[in-house]
Write a protein that binds this ligand. Structure first.
Ligand SMILES: C[S@@+](CC[C@H](N)C(=O)[O-])C[C@H]1O[C@@H](n2cnc3c(N)ncnc32)[C@H](O)[C@@H]1O
Length: 408
C-alpha cells in the first residue's frame, strides 16, 4: 500500500529527484493559496521531505533485510512506533517487502492521527472516509484480533481498492466495508445489532442471513451492478442505501440476519450502542499533501483544477466536512473518541469546521492529545487542535482535532 490519493495514472519513478526548487504552480492554485493565506514556497520542499513506511507488527527483526531490498537505510521515527523514514525518491512498490505485505507506505502525520484515536483492544471502530485505505489498514493492525472495524466511503471503486489492500495485508478479518454516504451512514457496530435482535421478539423471521464472505456476487447483486453500469453510476453511490462490499470472517456478521445488521440506528441509540472510536478523515482540497500536489506536474495541472479546485466543489466542501463530522459524532458512544483530520492547510476546512461543529454540539468535548508533546507539530488556531506543517514537521500537512462525547 502506497499512500496516494490520485490513482489516475502512474508517476515516473524518479519524479521526486527531478523536483526543481520552484514548481510551476498553475494560476488557479496560486490564487487558491493566496486566498487562504498559504505560502506556495512549501511546494518546493517535496524533495527534502522523507517518505515514510510502517512495518507490519512483528517485522522489526527484518529491518536489515528490508534495507537491502529497498537499497536504502530505514531511519526509525523516534516519535512514532513502527514508522521509518526513507529517502523521498525511493519507490517501495517493486520491493519484495511491499509485495509480501511487510511494509506500508503511510505518511508519519497520518500515523499520528491514528495514534491520537487511541484504539484499544475490543474497540468498535468506524472510519467514515476510508479510501484509499492507508489509515484503515493501520487501524486494523492496531485492533489485531479483537473488536471490529467498519470502513465507509462514497466512492465504490476506491473502496474496492481498500478491500484488495486489506486482503493483501491479511487485515480484513474483523472489517466490513460499506459504500455509503458518510453524512447519512447509520449502521451501528455488530454487537449492538445483536442486542437489538435479542430484544426484537415479535419481529417476523424474514430475510436471509449472512454466510461466509465470497467474492462471487449473487444474481441480485449482478443485476444491480448491470443496472448501475447501464446508467454510468458504478463509481458513485446512486442511492442512500449502504452497500456492503466486504466483511471478514470474524467481523461478526456470519449467521446474522441481514435485516438486523443493516437496519439504521434510531434516535440516540448510538449513545449507548455506537462506536467506541470514529475517524473522520474528511474529503478536502489535499493542498497539505505536497507530494500529492507535486504529482500533478506529471498528471497535468488541468487535473488539479478539476479534481481539487473546482469552484463548486470547494464551496460545498465546508458543508460536506461539517456533515461528515456531525454524523460521525452522532454514531459515537458516550465516552468514545472521534478524530477529525484533513490534509488541507486552510483554516476554512479545519478550524472553521471545528468551531461550527462545537457551536452546535454541547456534548462534544475538544481533547488535548498528550502524545503530541513529542510530535513535530504545533497548535492549530483553536487550542488543543494540531497542525503538522510540512516546512517544520518533515511530514505531509495534516490538521488533527480530537473530541470525546460527554453525556447530555
Ligand atoms: C482524504 S480521503 C480519505 C483518505 C483515507 N482515510 C486514507 O487514509 O487512505 C477522503 C475520502 O472521502 C471520500 N468521500 C467524499 N465524500 C464522502 C461522503 N459523503 N461520504 C463518505 N466518503 C466520502 C472520498 O471518496 C475519499 O476517498
Amino acid at each position: 500500500m502506497e499512500e496516494t490519493d490520485c490513482p489516475e495514472g502512474s508517476v515516473p519513478e524518479r519524479i521526486g529527484e527531478q523536483q526543481e526548487a520552484s514548481l510551476p504552480l498553475p494560476p488557479a492554485f496560486l490564487e487558491f493559496l493566496s486566498e487562504n493565506g498559504l505560502d506556495p514556497a512549501v511546494y518546493s520542499m517535496a524533495a527534502t521531505i522523507p517518505r515514510y513506511i510502517r512495518l507490519k507488527p512483528g517485522m522489526e527483526s527484518q529491518v536489515a533485510e528490508i534495507e537491502g531490498e529497498l537499497k536504502c537505510g530505514l531511519e526509525k521515527v523516534s516519535w512514532l512506533p513502527g514508522f521509518y523514514a526513507i529517502p523521498p525518491e525511493i519507490q517501495i512498490a517493486g520491493s519484495k517487502a511491499y509485495q509480501q505485505g511487510k511494509i506500508y507506505g503511510i505518511d508519519a502525520a497520518s500515523g499520528a492521527a491514528i495514534l491520537a484515536l487511541d484504539v484499544r483492544p475490543g474497540d468498535h471502530v468506524l472510519d467514515l472516509c476510508a479510501a484509499p485505505g492507508a489509515k484503515l489498514c493501520m487501524l486494523a493492525d492496531m485492533l489485531g484480533s479483537t473488536g471490529s472495524l467498519t470502513g465507509v466511503d462514497v466512492a465504490k471503486h476506491r473502496l474496492s481498492a481498500c478491500r484488495t489492500m486489506l486482503q493483501k495485508y491479511s487485515l480484513g478479518d474483523r472489517t466490513r466495508l460499506f459504500v455509503a454516504d458518510g453524512t447519512l451512514f447509520s449502521i451501528l457496530p455488530v454487537n449492538s445489532n445483536l442486542q437489538r435482535r435479542e430484544g426484537s421478539i415479535g419481529l417476523e423471521e424474514n430475510g436471509s442471513t449472512f454466510s461466509e464472505w465470497t467474492s462471487r456476487r449473487s444474481w441480485k447483486d449482478r443485476q444491480k451492478a448491470k443496472k448501475a453500469n447501464a446508467t454510468g453510476s458504478q463509481h458513485l453511490l446512486s442511492s442512500s442505501e449502504p452497500e456492503l462490499i466486504y466483511y471478514g470472517k470474524h467481523s461478526g456478521l456470519v449467521g446474522l440476519r441481514k435485516s438486523d445488521v443493516l437496519c439504521p440506528a434510531v434516535d440516540d441509540e448510538a449513545c449507548t450502542s455506537g462506536y467506541d472510536k470514529v475517524l473522520v478523515d474528511a474529503e478536502c482540497t489535499h493542498d497539505g499533501s505536497i507530494k500529492h500536489i507535486q504529482k500533478f506536474e506529471f498528471w497535468g495541472w488541468k487535473t488539479l483544477d478539476r479534481r481539487v479546485l473546482d469552484a463548486e466543489r470547494t464551496d460545498n466542501l465546508f458543508q460536506l466536512q461539517l456533515h461528515l463530522l456531525t454524523n460521525g459524532f452522532r454514531l459515537l458512544k458516550i465516552g468514545g473518541s472521534l478524530v477529525y483530520s484533513t490534509c488541507s492547510m486552510t483554516v476554512a476546512q479545519n478550524e472553521n469546521v471545528v468551531q461550527q461543529f462545537l457551536s452546535t454540539q454541547p456534548s462534544a468535548d475538544l481533547q488535548k492529545n498528550d502524545l503530541s508533546d513529542s510530535w513535530p507539530c504545533r497548535s492549530g488556531g483553536i487550542p488543543k487542535t494540531l497542525r503538522f506543517d510540512p516546512a517544520t514537521s518533515q511530514t505531509s500537512g495534516l490538521f488533527v482535532a480530537k473530541f470525546s462525547k460527554l453525556p447530555t
